[in-house]
Design a protein around this ligand. Sequence first.
Ligand code: AMP
Ligand code: ZN
Length: 470
Amino acid sequence: MVLNLYDTMTRELREVFPMDENSVRFYGCGPTVYGPAHIGNFRTFVLQDVFRRVLETSGQQTFHVRNLTDVDDKTIRQSQEQGTKLKDFTEKWTARFQKDCELLNLLTPHAEPSAVGHIPEQISLIEKLIEGGKAYRANDGSVYFKVDAFPEYGRLSRLADREITTSNNVREISDEYDRGSAADFALWKARRPEDGDNFWESPWGEGRPGWHIECSAMSMKYLGESFDLHSGGVDLIFPHHENEIAQSEGVTGKTFARHWFHIAHLMVEGQKMSKSLRNLYTLEDLFGKGYKEQEVRYVLLSGSYRQPLNFTFDSMQASRKALSKLTDFAKKFGIEPSSSSTLETEFGPFYPVQEALLSDLNTPEALGRWFRLVREMGEARDRGEFDGNVEELEMLRKGFQATCDALGLIIKVKEEVVEEVPKEIHELAQNRWEAKLNKDWTAADQIRENLLQKGWAVKDSKDGFELAKA
Ligand code: AMP
Ligand code: ZN
């Protein structure tokens, strides 16, 4: 069983396999920890998670590295504005990111290195680039990669096709790049007053690393000079990943990543996500609107990762319905899916779902097939045609579990029981509330007693009351 996945470098479907014949070693560019991640970011992280889950539910081991970008223009600027130390600021947002990942049922990476924790490794790469004539120190103490010294530059993004010329005189100092500008890019940024006390010593003076070198240093440290796959959202193809290739191969002379996996962007209600359009939803925003984490995950899986996906609140409703159908199926067959991180590998009757996933992580097709199977089996059971002996039921249970595990969906069959409040009790509580509003404390106390005798406790909240079984 192999996973065939589109490779941005070669523009074709290629088999994913471990170079060391043991585990697929891969790197996903992690979040910039300067605020809460939005659901667009999570589309990318969820798809990377499914990539790993599909491999693992096929019996393939993985080694997954996802970094934390905790020093760049944005983290420095925001922490300065808030008068907080960079470390405290980024730790807060890292904890929030990890919590959100847990809510979305993302598997924890095997390594989660941070850029600040790997400054010496970055300095060492820059030194090697300078020694090899591929980088130079500018007058202000910044160091730039010499794009002209790396003839392969542009291979990933096919930059040459866009007839963009490079020039040593054009320098991209910002991490917040203008897409489409091919320029010598900063490996090391000389200390500036606005950096505050966020600087490190280096052979070129005080300063801090550029964003791109962080990922080259961390990926090669944890995965080796050559590894199986590198991933991120499509916006990272250029210049981030192009620059990572140039820096890394510029030092090692070896192929950096053998396979490039990029996820198309999430749009919201047909528009690009942006702060000014106020459509950058976080998980918290969606929970505040009454949606559940699994519903968000389901929506993020509902489109092919190679196409932009349009997020709408109608699609959230549809995902709620879809999940409840899966819950009904599980109940009908007495299945209680678990949410443990031990992934089931026997798909049994749900093999067609696995097949769709192994075919370029086709999640919409996989979901479609899952529903078809669930409907057919459910109908057969209703007609009395599925008597299911113990073994068959066990195969069904395992297959359903493997499907949940591959997609990372948790199907809960035991809902929290919400106690129905009888009309008479509700009316009594309402009368008590009105008595309270009229400051008739005696009547209010009497009704409370009466409710207790009937087995109900009433509790006041800010703007009303709550009833619970006493
Ligand atoms: P950042 O925190 O900005 O460094 O981004 C983290 C990840 O989210 C990167 O892999 C980005 O490519 C990805 N990303 C950013 N915006 C979107 C979006 N709208 N849809 C999908 N992925 C995104
Ligand atoms: Zn990166």
